[in-house]
Design a binder for this molecule. Sequence first.
Ligand code: ADP
Ligand code: MG
Length: 253
Amino acid sequence: MMPLLNVERLSKSFGDHQVLKSIDLTVASGDVTCIVGPSGSGKSTLLRCLNYLEVPTSGAIYLQGEPVGVRWRGDKLLRMSFNELCVQRQKMGMVFQGFHLFPHKTALENIIEAPVIVRGKSKAEATDEAFHLLDKVGLRDRANYYPKQLSGGQQQRVAIARSLAMQPTLMLFDEPTSALDPELVGEVLAVMRQLAEEGMTMVVVTHEMAFARDVADHLVFMDGGIVVEAGDPRDVLTNPQHGRTRTFLARVL
Ligand code: ADP
Ligand code: MG
């Protein structure tokens, strides 16, 4: 079967600093892939390249077989127009470490914004769906709260609901719990675990090793812009093959 996401020899440089060095990555539909690795290893850059927030220097990304960020015109591969890119990006929901909610909009208004403005849905239909999503993340009773009236964990759950409102094919998470007080991490991971159980395809950059071990189908260890080691999380975590993986795990486990 065709993988949902296929990354081939992806490289990214900033000036003469090569941050990603020929990354290969395959994600099957419904799978959860966790990416771990030391700070500065290129995890965020990889995630941002996947939806073309960063333009790769070389290599290719395919989502459901379609090249990301570029398209064929005749026998030439051209960069997509901004509008084409926006349409493609809607297939990839992204959740960041900081929650990036619109501060002057309530939880409900944050969630219905894109479906109404971008998709042209009626406010009534978008609101119905938003309440369904608020239920899913356990925040129906917070619909009319503003971000500053919510805890970090609640804000991140609203951010997840907001991404889901665009019905993405793939969800990308960049350290979604790293900015949270420790007691709030669990509620966000619980929502992500539930999403995974419902079959959402997810790529998750995280330092939460228990989540990676229990939820991920595939664990990728990155260091210095390369995939050092990847495989079943239980294998990688209990029996790492590379010294760099062992050194990293000894520090975080
Ligand atoms: P990680 O998420 O694993 O901590 P990043 O992908 O954020 O790593 O960063 C990897 C490297 O790329 C770092 O050395 C960082 O300084 C560099 N980098 C990231 N973004 C930029 C940018 N926009 N311009 C220049 N260097 C960058
Ligand atoms: Mg990062």
